[in-house]
Design a protein around this ligand. Structure first.
Ligand SMILES: *[C@@H]1O[C@H](CO)[C@@H](O)[C@H](O)[C@H]1NC(C)=O
Ligand SMILES: *[C@@H]1O[C@H](CO)[C@@H](O)[C@H](O)[C@H]1NC(C)=O
Ligand SMILES: *[C@@H]1O[C@H](CO)[C@@H](O)[C@H](O)[C@H]1NC(C)=O
Ligand SMILES: *[C@@H]1O[C@H](CO)[C@@H](O)[C@H](O)[C@H]1NC(C)=O
Ligand SMILES: *[C@@H]1O[C@H](CO)[C@@H](O)[C@H](O)[C@H]1NC(C)=O
Length: 233
């Protein structure tokens, strides 16, 4: 009898190590996070948990939400074992730096939010190759960084399937908001501006993004409109 009970505990324990609890309850691996399964997708929600470091997660996590914490740096290999991860939300943290190999392993990731952090896209903050492992990315949100700065095109040049980009926007007095390096995004159809200052809006503003179908500029201050409509391509 004792043996049977011990066996059950052992089996139960190994099961719990591999899966995420079925209900929206405290996760077995971290009491600050909540876990549940919905339509076969395993969710882990560690939002609003006062976290300053990113803990380890079970490899089978599909949707991971770490928003609204106090994380400043994403270190190399943080997500290396989350090879099934589809969505990652790191919005509303204090990210100032993302190390080169921080996103290694996230080859299936479709959706990434870095909204409302402190990234400035300098070499110290965000190496140009940081996003390269995200080969399946469809949706990228980097809007509302603390300092207004446009996401350099070279940082997303390997994201060939990108469809939906949310970013802060600035344009030069000539009107160009996105340079030539954006012209390879054949699937990019939706653009949403976060913090946005256009010195000039004209027929050059989106000239290198000819496949855009939807553009949200409601957060923009536009100082001048040039001759020629900005929406004619
Ligand atoms: C986070 O910290 C605040 C302020 O100290 C506290 O009120 C809150 O309960 C904490 N939340 C969690 C999930 O620990
Ligand atoms: C990934 O898995 C390996 C092997 O189990 C382990 O040594 C490593 O600490 C894990 N990394 C993270 C960030 O969890
Ligand atoms: C992160 O990995 C890159 C590439 O291997 C390396 O150059 C860099 O020094 C690492 N960063 C840290 C803080 O270890
Ligand atoms: C950008 O962020 C890095 C990392 O925090 C910092 O070292 C650098 O001074 C910042 N540069 C500017 C221009 O804000
Ligand atoms: C943009 O508008 C200017 C002024 O109307 C015009 O001279 C120029 O040819 C236009 N460029 C394109 C690519 O349509």
């Amino acid at each position: 009898m004792v043996l049977v009970i011990l066996l059950c505990i052992a089996v139960d324990h190994s099961f719990r190590c591999e899966t995420i609890d079925q209900h929206n309850t405290v996760c077995f691996f971290n009491s600050k996070c909540r876990c549940w399964t919905d339509q076969d997708l395993r969710h882990v929600d560690c939002s609003n948990a006062n976290m300053t470091d990113i803990p380890n997660f079970p490899p089978k996590t599909d949707i991971l939400n770490i928003n609204s914490n106090y994380i400043e740096v994403l270190q190399n290999n943080t997500f290396e074992n989350l090879t099934n991860l589809l969505e990652l939300d790191l919005s509303h943290n204090r990210l100032i730096r993302i190390e080169l190999n921080a996103f290694l392993g996230l080859g299936k990731l479709q959706k990434l939010s870095l909204e409302a952090n402190r990234l400035n896209y300098t070499k110290e903050s965000f190496d140009t190759a940081v996003l390269n492992p995200l080969k399946s990315l469809l949706v990228l949100n980097v809007k509302h960084q603390e300092i207004l700065n446009i996401l350099p095109g070279k940082m997303i040049r390997k994201l060939h399937y990108l469809r939906n980009l949310k970013t802060d926007l600035v344009s030069s007095t000539e009107g160009v908001a996105f340079g030539k390096e954006f012209s390879s995004f054949a699937h990019l159809t939706l653009l949403k501006a976060g913090t946005c200052k256009l010195e000039m809006g004209n027929n050059n503003t989106f000239i290198y993004l000819p496949n855009l179908e939807i553009i949200h500029l409601s957060g923009c201050t536009i100082s001048q409109f040039g001759k020629g409509c900005i929406f004619v391509t």
